[in-house]
Design a protein around this ligand. Structure first.
Ligand SMILES: Cc1ncc(COP(=O)(O)O)c(C=O)c1O
Length: 366
């Protein structure tokens, strides 16, 4: 599996002036959370995860999922790893959409599964089409993997399409994994957790993105299939026994007060999205499918501009001369004239400056 050598954490956050690579809301500073952790005992904790936190997460499903059907994991990334390694043997079939968050492709690949990739396209508005997925399902398909809201495009499957996919997978007797790591970041209100739609559906989510807490490494999976849950739980115990007492207590105390933080988060997200949208609407060089959620967009350099551009030189200039970084298309197995712009993380100033820098780095070559 490739190492993320281009990630800003690896390059050093301080070395980048305009960091437009991130796929989360701005990271919170601990003191701004105003939490009290003094009485916390740093013990091994409940192996399923903080019981009250699981209870709160389950409550979000209106009783469709119980606290014992929620497994806390070390980020959504670990949940995805546990799911793939539990469900897949070498040679098994699975279906996954692309572009996607790398783990959704890389872990099944590393296991030696046969990936049937359903490529989403700009021309089709990055739409996840249940009928296209159904065409790929065979009796050997172990699971279908989709990401909603979608990274890197910020587009969102409609609830009707999601329900159609739930029915299709149920009909064919395979499972459905819905990576809902950006669930709350839906401009039209969060969809219900997909795991509430059927016992063959697995939801994965996290504190990293909407809540700006990627450093506590707390995510979760949900499934109503009790036998499968036991397998996931056993895998987690083998990896780490239990989660971090400190991380899960921070997540719990934060989640109890989330109403307070959510308005701040959404105000900032909306304003930054408006900055990006204004910029895109005045663009001569780039075109996009306008996102309906998330905190990232995935525009591309227009074909008429592209023929006059050396892309390697563009990224080099952008990174070195303008100290501006975006997520280049190859992070998502897409051509390099696509780029992911993370607008939810940078300050307003860094975002505006970074966008101007992208334009300047292109204009410099024309
Ligand atoms: C779609 C998706 N799933 C999962 C993850 C992993 O998130 P974390 O492990 O921080 O919760 C990411 C991170 O970028 C993501 O974009």
């Amino acid at each position: 599996m490739p190492i993320e050598i281009e990630a800003p954490e690896q390059l050093g956050y301080d070395s980048i002036e305009c960091n437009l690579t991130e796929s989360s809301y701005t990271d919170f500073r601990f003191k701004d959370l105003k939490l009290n952790l003094n009485e916390l005992v740093i013990a091994y904790i409940d192996h399923r995860g903080h019981p009250e936190l699981r209870q709160l997460l389950a409550q979000e499903t209106g009783g469709a999922i119980s606290a014992n059907q929620v497994l806390l994991t070390s980020g959504a990334a670990q949940a995805l790893f546990i799911i793939s390694t539990t469900l897949l043997e070498p040679g098994d079939d699975m279906i996954v959409i692309r572009p996607n968050y790398a783990t959704n492709l890389e872990t099944p690949r590393a296991i030696g599964a046969q990936l049937k990739i359903v490529d989403l396209t700009f021309e089709n508005n990055w739409k996840i089409d249940p009928a296209e997925i159904e065409k790929q399902i065979t009796s050997k398909t172990k699971f279908v993997s989709v990401t909603v809201p979608h990274n890197p495009t910020g587009t969102i499957m409609s609830v009707d399409d999601l329900k159609a996919l739930v029915q299709i997978t149920a009909k064919h007797g395979c499972r459905l994994l819905v990576d809902e790591t950006y669930r709350e970041m839906n401009f039209n209100g969060a969809l219900p957790y997909a795991a509430t739609f059927g016992s063959h559906v697995i939801s994965v989510a996290s504190f990293s993105k909407t809540f700006g807490l990627p450093g506590i490494r707390v995510g979760w999976l949900m499934t109503r299939d009790e036998q499968l849950f036991e397998q996931f739980f056993a895998a987690k115990e083998q990896i780490q026994i239990c989660g971090s007492a400190l991380d899960e207590e921070i997540a719990y105390q934060f989640y109890r007060k989330r109403g307070h933080f959510i308005s701040l988060i959404f105000n900032n997200l909306q304003r930054r999205f408006a900055t990006l949208k204004d910029w895109m609407e005045s663009q001569e060089f780039l075109e996009w499918v306008e996102p309906t959620g998330g905190c990232v967009a995935f525009p591309r350099i227009r074909a008429d501009v592209l023929k006059n551009i050396d892309l390697e030189k563009f990224y080099k200039t952008l990174n070195r001369e303008y100290s501006t970084h975006v997520g280049p298309g190859h992070w998502f197995e897409q051509p390099k004239h696509f780029m992911r712009i993370g607008y939810g993380w940078p300050t307003d100033e860094a975002l505006s400056k970074g966008l101007r820098n992208i334009e300047s780095a292109i204009r410099g070559q024309l």
